[in-house]
Design a protein around this ligand. Sequence first.
Ligand code: KIV
Length: 263
Amino acid sequence: MHAVNEFARAKAAGRKISVVTAYDAWSARLVARSNVDAILVGDSAAMVIHGHDTTLPATLGLMAMHTRAVAHAADGKFVIADLPFLSYRKGVPAAMTAVGVLVRNGAQAVKLEGVDGHEDVIGQIVGSGVPVMGHLGLTPQSVNGLSGFRVQGRNDVDAAKLASQAHELERLGCFAIVLECMPAALAARITSALTIPTIGIGAGPSTDGQVLVLQDLWGVDSGPSPRFVRHYVDGEAVLTNALNEYDADVKETRFPAPEETYS
Ligand code: KIV
């Protein structure tokens, strides 16, 4: 996908949309060579790359650095970058500065979490010509307010609130909405009620697309994975084996070979 209207076309045609995260140039290059539709420079970089327990330490500078690296290698794939924690909660001028930084570093769209209290910001970003992706359900920037990383919308009141927030994001002009960690039936209901596509993560099979963290997909995430993660390769085993083969070759003088040596 190269443009935002392709998201709408995909939903209209019933074609599923695939999105993965990337945070650096080499992985963005691999995604660019794949059939995956779009790249999300997620603030999950704070956890996956920098080892934090939450996404809260991600700063605008950090997101700009990762966005620039990804955009250099994305080779035409659509690049969405996360607005980090609080960057869109300090009023419209501060939010627009943050959006400007991400777009000047190569983002074609920005993603932000929730809607209540920053409707004006979303309207201003959309009105300025920058596509906005919403994010509802488990919104990791609110991890403390949500009492941890847990499934959202399990009771009728919470489910109704999420459905109405999704409508509000559509009304404000978002081009797509990430639905994270919610019952599949709720995600299905929201998806069929909206004209814009939903992109699910831990939200079942009925959303218009899916997003996964690349390191989860590649099986190089350490520790226990949430239920919704599928490892498409045991990357940890493959890469550890490569390291151990290298180690053995060095120690047993099989590396470097003559053809890997300058005369
Ligand atoms: O930061 C991120 O990687 C995300 C996805 C998990 C949707 O927001």
